[in-house]
Design a protein around this ligand. Structure first.
Ligand SMILES: O=C[C@H](O)[C@H](O)[C@H](O)COP(=O)(O)O
Length: 258
């Protein structure tokens, strides 16, 4: 019923549900993998009585969650979160990430730095040895954005990084984030020192945030198309594995797909 990629996303979201305890305050991520989580949480709420409160990382996730009966609270009302669960565009062996492929990096970083745990749900295609194969999203304010773009190019030159800066489009116009900013995607291929690059970029006044999520992940869940979920916790080299029976999951998949 689902292709291998979607099955992997479903499996990682399903495995991540095991991190959720009753009455937790949750941060809900953005993207196609996080959408599975939102659907599974809505199902657990209505069919198993799971109680939780939630803040969201984007208008898209807010809309999806509320359409499924999950009330979304303002982050400032809900306060410190117990757990945030989100997807990623890339992860490295230290569980550092590139995020923002969907343009939600700023709200994601605000929500996820306010969470005691960050669980990343993903699949093996996102695993890299060095970050940077995925273009690095950088959120910039509209005012003077082309000047900011030039200053970013200078930073790359100074750091001896051979990179291009591409303005993200949304149709004929630049893509606009939930916070009213633009996104510049940096085509770097390989980021030698992610922490130094993040510091250099965010020292430019027009840069709001980067898609480098460093030292934030507490656990990563990697799902695959055969129903295998692998989990690694920060600071451990070990993976634990759990095999799901896809035939047994078929009814749940059908139910949450609506
Ligand atoms: O801005 C978007 C987010 O950072 C997403 O979590 C990321 O792009 C991964 O999305 P997906 O699960 O659709 O691959």
């Amino acid at each position: 019923m689902l292709n291998a990629a979607e099955t992997g996303k479903f499996i990682s979201a399903k495995r991540a549900l095991e991190f959720v305890q009753p009455d937790m305050k949750l941060g809900l991520g953005t993207g196609s993998t996080a959408a599975w989580l939102v659907k599974l949480l809505a199902d657990a709420k209505s069919n198993n009585g799971l109680q939780f409160s939630a803040a969201a990382t984007s208008s898209v996730t807010t809309q999806l969650a509320e359409s499924l009966g999950i009330k979304i609270h303002a982050l400032d009302d809900i306060g410190q979160l117990d757990l945030a669960i989100d997807g990623a565009d890339e992860f490295d062996p230290d569980l550092n990430l590139i995020k923002g492929g969907g343009g939600a990096l700023l709200q994601e970083k605000i929500v996820e730095t306010a969470a005691d745990q960050l669980v990343i749900i993903t699949d093996a295609s996102k695993q890299v040895q060095h970050l940077g194969a995925f273009d690095l999203p950088v959120e910039v304010v509209k005012f003077g954005w082309q000047t900011t773009q030039r200053l970013i190019a200078d930073v790359l030159k100074t750091a001896d990084v051979d990179g291009q800066t591409i303005t993200r489009r949304g149709g004929d116009n630049p893509f606009v984030t939930d916070e009213g900013h633009f996104i510049l995607d940096l085509r770097l291929k390989k980021i030698g020192n992610p922490a130094a690059l993040a510091t250099a970029l965010t020292s430019i006044a027009g840069v709001v945030e980067t898609g480098l999520f460093l030292d934030m992940t507490t656990a990563i869940v990697v799902g695959d198309g055969n129903g295998l979920a692998r989990v690694q916790h920060k600071g451990s080299a070990d993976w634990t594995e759990q095999q799901y029976d896809l035939d047994a999951e078929a009814a749940l998949i059908k139910r949450v797909m609506g």
